[in-house]
Design a protein around this ligand. Structure first.
Ligand code: TXA
Ligand code: MG
Length: 314
C-alpha cells in the first residue's frame, strides 16, 4: 500500500493526515466525521469558533456539499479551480457542524496539487483541512515544518516538497448580496472581478477578542514566537544589534544568517515568507524586524499576513 492509500485509509478510520497543497500544508480529517474534526481542533489548539476549509476533488464533489451552486461559483470554479480560491457557500447536512464552527455555510476549495487531489479521490470524500500549524503560529510550507509543529501527534505526513504559492488561499464569501473577500490570497480581487464584476474586501479586525466575520481575520495570526516588528525602509538605521533578525526586500548586498532578503515581487516574496520567518524564529533572537512592502494592490495578500505577524516599530 502506498502512502496516499495509507492516508486515505487513516482518514476513513477518523484519523488525521498532514498533506501538501499548492498554498500551504494542510492537516486533514473527514469533514463528515465529528470526532475526527474535533481532533484537528485539539491538536492545533484552535478555537472551536474558527471554521475549517473543506477540500474537494472538483465541482461535482463541491456540489454534493453545498446547498446552492450559484452562477458566480460556476464561473469562478471554471476559471480558478484547481487553485488557491476558496468559495464560501451554504452547506449541506453531511458537513458536520464542528467543521464549520456551527455556521450554516462551508468554505470549499479544489487544491492544485497532485498529491492532494489523489488523496481526496482515493478517500472519495471531503477533507476538512486547516493549515498544519499550531493555532496563531506561522503556516507550514514544507513537510519538515509540519513534523516540527506536531511531532508524533500526527500519524502520517505526506511529503510533497515545498509549496508553490506559499501563503493561504483567497477566501471569497458568495453568500452575501455582493461577494466579499474574507482573506486575500494569490488570486486577487482584480482577477475575481474580471469574471463576476465588483466585489468587496474585508478590512482587518483589530482586536482579537471581538467576533470576526471570518475568524481567521483576527489580528494576531501567522506569527513567529519572537517579537516581530515591521519597519519602513527609512527606519532601517534604527535597527541594530547582533541579537536581532531582519527580513528585507530586494537587497542582497549584506546577507547573513540573521538578514534574509526576499524578492521584490509579491508572488516570489509570498513563496518564501513563512520559511524565512521560521528560519529567523529558530535563531531565538530578541526581535525580528520585517521591512514593509509597497502599499499597492499586488501586495495585498502579503500585507494581510505581515499585519498579523508583526507590529509597527514603536
Ligand atoms: O490555502 C488554504 O486555504 C489552506 C490549505 C491547507 O488549503 N487552508 C487554510 O485553512 O488556510 P485555515 O483553517 O488555516 O483557514 C480557514 C479560514 C478561516 O480562518 C476562516 O477565515 C475561513 O477560512 N472560513 C472557513 N470556513 C468559513 C465559513 N464557513 N465562513 C467564513 N469563513 C470561513
Ligand atoms: Mg491557518
Amino acid at each position: 500500500m502506498n502512502e496516499i492509500d495509507q492516508a486515505a485509509e487513516l482518514l476513513r478510520r477518523g484519523g488525521l493526515v498532514g498533506f501538501p497543497t499548492e498554498t500551504v500544508y494542510g492537516l486533514g480529517a473527514d469533514a463528515r466525521n465529528s470526532s475526527a474534526i474535533k481532533k484537528i481542533f485539539a491538536v492545533k489548539g484552535r478555537p472551536s469558533t474558527n471554521p475549517l476549509i473543506v477540500h474537494v476533488s472538483g465541482v461535482a464533489m463541491a456540489k454534493l456539499y453545498s446547498a446552492r451552486w450559484p452562477h458566480q461559483a460556476r464561473v469562478l470554479a471554471q476559471n480558478f479551480w484547481p487553485g488557491p480560491l476558496t468559495l464560501v457557500l451554504p452547506k449541506t447536512k453531511e458537513i458536520v457542524p464542528e467543521a464549520t464552527a456551527g455556521l450554516d455555510t462551508v468554505a470549499l476549495r479544489m487544491p492544485d496539487h497532485p498529491i492532494a487531489i489523489e488523496l481526496i479521490r482515493k478517500f472519495d470524500g471531503p477533507i476538512a483541512a486547516p493549515s498544519a500549524n499550531r493555532s496563531t503560529h506561522v503556516s507550514p510550507t514544507t513537510a519538515e515544518h509540519v513534523r516540527r509543529e506536531f511531532g508524533s501527534d500526527v500519524e502520517l505526513i505526506i511529503d510533497g516538497g515545498p509549496c508553490r504559492v506559499g501563503i493561504e488561499s483567497t477566501v471569497l464569501d458568495l453568500t452575501t448580496t455582493t461577494p466579499r473577500i474574507l482573506r486575500p490570497g494569490d488570486i486577487t480581487r482584480e482577477q475575481i472581478e474580471t469574471f463576476i464584476g465588483a466585489i468587496e474586501m474585508n478590512t482587518i479586525v483589530t482586536h482579537s477578542s471581538s467576533p470576526a466575520p471570518s475568524p481567521g481575520q483576527h489580528e494576531i495570526h501567522y506569527a513567529p514566537r519572537t517579537p516581530a516588528f515591521r519597519f519602513e525602509r527609512a527606519q532601517r538605521d534604527r535597527i541594530s544589534g547582533d541579537d536581532v533578525g531582519m527580513l528585507i526586500i530586494g537587497d542582497t548586498t549584506s546577507p547573513s544568517e540573521r538578514t534574509i532578503s526576499l524578492a521584490n515581487d509579491p508572488a516570489a516574496y509570498a513563496h518564501d515568507l513563512y520559511a524565512a520567518l521560521r528560519q529567523l524564529d529558530d535563531l531565538n533572537l530578541r526581535a525580528i524586524y520585517v521591512q514593509s512592502p509597497p502599499e499597492t494592490p499586488e501586495w495585498a495578500a502579503v500585507w494581510d499576513r505581515l499585519r498579523r505577524a508583526t507590529r509597527p516599530l514603536p
